[in-house]
Design a binder for this molecule. Sequence first.
Ligand SMILES: *[C@@H]1O[C@H](CO)[C@@H](O)[C@H](O)[C@H]1NC(C)=O
Ligand SMILES: *[C@@H]1O[C@H](CO)[C@@H](O)[C@H](O)[C@H]1NC(C)=O
Ligand SMILES: *[C@@H]1O[C@H](CO)[C@@H](O)[C@H](O)[C@H]1NC(C)=O
Ligand SMILES: *[C@@H]1O[C@H](CO)[C@@H](O)[C@H](O)[C@H]1NC(C)=O
Ligand SMILES: *[C@@H]1O[C@H](CO)[C@@H](O)[C@H](O)[C@H]1NC(C)=O
Length: 256
Amino acid sequence: MRGEYCVGGASFLSFVALLLLIFVHVGQINTSVVPHGIAMAKVNTSGFGQALNASFGDPIQGLYTDNYTSPLGERNGLRQLYEFGLYSYCAFVNSSAGTCTNHTIADSFEPYIAMTSDMFQNYTQYSDAMFVNTTLMNSSYLGYNARVAYYFILLGTIFATIALFTGVARRALLFFISTASSITAALFILIGAAIWTSIVKKCEAVNTLQLHVSNGTVLSGIVVSYGNGIYLAWAAFACLAASTVPYMVSCCTFRG
Ligand SMILES: *[C@@H]1O[C@H](CO)[C@@H](O)[C@H](O)[C@H]1NC(C)=O
Ligand SMILES: *[C@@H]1O[C@H](CO)[C@@H](O)[C@H](O)[C@H]1NC(C)=O
Ligand SMILES: *[C@@H]1O[C@H](CO)[C@@H](O)[C@H](O)[C@H]1NC(C)=O
Ligand SMILES: *[C@@H]1O[C@H](CO)[C@@H](O)[C@H](O)[C@H]1NC(C)=O
Ligand SMILES: *[C@@H]1O[C@H](CO)[C@@H](O)[C@H](O)[C@H]1NC(C)=O
């Protein structure tokens, strides 16, 4: 294979990987269409009112809010859908209207805190009893792993950028750098994507959690699912892993 084609292929794959990673980073930074469409994890709470109702005995008043602009985390009412990104999370009262938290570097993934900090205090106490010993409620575990995963994804993005820019120059040393960078980037994105996949998978246990109520059992009414940000990260990993081959070939054979 000619060196030029190799470099072209490797650069193209690095470029696609970087683009995918940029999409991963913008997920949930605000509620406009593209960021709204990209999340690492989603939590649908729409069935929770009924579950709480069944375990509480009395009808639940004022659990949810319809006011999509009211700030999050201030007990203003639960939203139907929570979507988590790398820098913030957004909560929506329907499929489109919602609000987001402030941006934080290495934002923690703490879905249980996000939900309960929007409820009245006494409902929070009830849910603490309902979700005791679930991974969803283990906010320190989830938060820590998400922060670690964030740094792997951030470093992976930086190495993918280095691979892209050093790969276009016609110098043997730079080919060596781009090969090394694309291998490092692939490895870091793999770790970041695997951590996210694992923590969301563990949270999904609440989807089938049966709560004991006076006359039987009900589902928790909370549905956790993977966001497409996780799939984008896996796709970026695949592109970076594929790009290492042509980079390596160019590195060893290119005589430009
Ligand atoms: C919604 O919440 C915002 C912010 O707290 C508040 O300014 C506004 O008045 C609320 N709207 C309604 C209809 O309650
Ligand atoms: C949440 O789940 C309910 C019931 O499964 C579904 O009807 C609703 O559309 C979901 N909400 C969103 C915003 O996806
Ligand atoms: C969502 O809620 C907002 C504000 O209440 C409303 O303007 C909008 O039409 C709703 N969208 C859908 C799809 O129901
Ligand atoms: C979010 O940012 C705004 C504006 O910078 C600030 O007023 C507010 O206190 C912040 N909220 C939190 C929860 O940090
Ligand atoms: C339990 O009681 C509630 C409220 O009375 C009722 O809606 C529900 O269907 C009952 N569940 C079972 C399994 O009987």
